[in-house]
Ligand binder design. Structure first.
Ligand code: GLA
Length: 511
């Protein structure tokens, strides 16, 4: 009897222990996603691309935030559970809502995370580990200055000409690439044709030191020495940052360190800054952009080195109306260009309404050139060069200058077309005639001359015939073909020509 009682107490003890174990495993730390999780994906430069999932699990519901590169999302809805949850998160980006979907599943001490950009994309699988509370939190919002006019820095009286690393190299840019691109530009005729800026785009940044000074990452061991090298070639060096905590690629931005960073750039010998909205969207609205950009405009002047100020916020909030007020020398007018006919022409031919805003020192920037990157034909790249020149757009080559063909180099260094781009009057050209896929654009030049571009956006050759008076031309000006480099005899009151598919004929009339 005694033994029996002992046995049943023993057995009951086991049951209780089992129950406790079951409870712990259902609700204990291992089965609850509550906490701060981080995914660290190595970049190619000893920095990491981070994703923070700050989650709170209450039963079968998960709330919280997801921070990834330049984005900060709130989880609006969770479905599934208890093993795997689908998190639908969103954020306001200017006036539009961005949505993402993550799937999360606990696996021991790790969180298996998978996400896809578009529903049709294959999922990206990641592993998150627990991070200390507060790590990766969005910094508090700094107050903005009252709007004022920032003094004109006197730079960029003609559209900036140079090269930028992004289109061809993206995160593969490094010290060696920049030096060899500078070597190429200094010796292949581009420098003589007017190209001067060598601009490093995103992914050069490291973290900050204990005093908050911005550091370079492994790809750029010594930015000051690099600037000296570029200067020794008679060229100038440009750099890139964001007014937000992060750049578009998720690297360190200038948020809260604007004056300090401007001083660092000046000390390094930097001559050009592209300042990309990116992570600022997590803290400020589009309507606040002017004040945000004013902070760096002031900081650059205070740093007392001539630095071209290039605004990059994709043409939001009518930047052309206030770009000059913040000290901007140029401002992007659209989203990113791609090396594709559709992308280039959609951007280039959409600039007509912005013509009144371009003037010496202050330019519309329809993004960098794709000439020579390989996905368009030489005919199409000639149109690209002609259109950007008619538009008084910055000419920032985006290809590998070390290995381009003579034909591509000839397009980039066509002095007669560049002379149109760099015309001192600084007036942006306008569309003056359009019929189906054919358009004529005219740019008024100094001394009463005009540049006239006959564009054929159709794939097939097209013959056009126009009366000069139809496009506002009179007299019998001297005519010169800027691509064949030949004078053209005055054809009488009408001009007739066959333009190749996706091609251009560019004339200079007068002067
Ligand atoms: C944005 C800009 C690009 C480039 C990338 C870098 O997309 O518009 O021109 O600077 O960021 O991350």
């Amino acid at each position: 009897m005694k033994t029996q009682l002992r046995l049943s107490i023993f057995a009951a003890g086991f049951v209780v222990l089992g129950l406790i174990a079951a409870l712990v495993s259902a609700q204990g730390p291992n089965q609850d996603m509550t906490g701060n999780w981080v995914v660290r994906t190595p970049n190619n430069d000893e920095t990491f691309r981070t994703t923070y999932l700050n989650l709170k699990q209450e039963g079968s519901r998960i709330t919280g935030t997801i921070r990834v590169t330049q984005f900060f999302y709130h989880i609006a809805e969770s479905t599934g559970g208890p093993e795997t949850f689908t998190l639908n998160a969103s954020m306001m980006d200017g006036h539009s809502e961005r949505k993402v979907q993550y799937e999360v599943k606990l696996s021991g001490n790790e969180l298996r995370v998978s996400t896809r950009r578009r529903p049709t994309d294959p999922p990206t699988q990641m592993v998150a580990v627990r991070a200390p509370a507060g790590e990766g939190a969005l910094p508090p919002r700094n107050p903005l200055p009252a709007l004022r006019k920032v003094r004109d820095n006197g730079l960029a009286r003609t559209p900036p000409m140079g090269w930028n690393s992004w289109n061809k190299f993206a995160s593969r840019v490094n010290d060696e690439v920049v030096r060899s691109i500078a070597d190429a530009m200094a010796t292949n005729g581009m420098k003589q044709a007017g190209y001067v800026y060598i601009n490093i785009d995103d992914t050069w940044e490291g973290g900050r030191d204990a005093q908050g000074n911005i550091l370079t990452n492994k790809k750029f061991p010594d930015m000051k020495a690099l600037a000296s090298y570029v200067h020794s070639k008679g060229l100038k060096l440009g750099i890139y940052s964001s007014p937000g905590p992060n750049t578009c690629a998720g690297y360190e931005g200038s948020y809260g360190h604007e004056e300090q960073d401007a001083r660092t750039y000046a000390a390094w010998g930097i001559d050009y800054l592209k300042y990309d909205w990116c992570g600022a969207r997590t803290l400020y609205t589009d309507e606040e952009m002017q004040a945000v950009y004013q902070i760096m405009g002031d900081a650059l002047l205070k740093a007392k080195r001539p630095i071209v100020y290039s605004l990059c916020q994709y043409g939001r909030n009518d930047v052309w109306k206030w770009g000059p007020e913040v000290g901007g020398n140029l401002w992007r007018t659209t989203g990113d260009i791609r090396d594709a006919w559709d992308s280039m022409t959609r951007i280039g031919f959409s600039q007509n309404e912005l013509a009144p805003y371009a003037r010496p020192g202050h330019w519309n920037d329809p993004d960098m050139l794709e000439i020579g990157n390989g996905a368009m034909s030489e005919t199409e790249y000639k149109l690209h060069m002609s259109l950007w020149s008619i538009l008084a757009a910055p000419l920032l080559a985006g290809n590998d200058l070390r290995s381009m063909s003579p034909e591509i180099l000839a397009i980039l260094t066509n002095r007669e077309v560049i002379a149109v781009n760099q015309d001192k009057l600084g007036k942006q050209g306008k569309q003056v005639w359009k019929s189906g896929d054919q358009e004529i654009w005219v740019r008024e030049l100094a001394g009463g001359a005009h540049a006239i571009a006959f564009f054929n956006r159709a794939a097939e050759p097209a013959k056009i015939t126009i009366k000069w008076t139809e496009i506002g031309m009179d007299g019998q000006p001297k005519l010169r073909d800027l691509w064949t480099h030949q004078d053209v005899a005055w054809p009488g009151p009408e001009y007739s020509a066959t333009i190749p598919g996706h091609g251009v004929i560019m004339l200079r009339a007068g002067g």
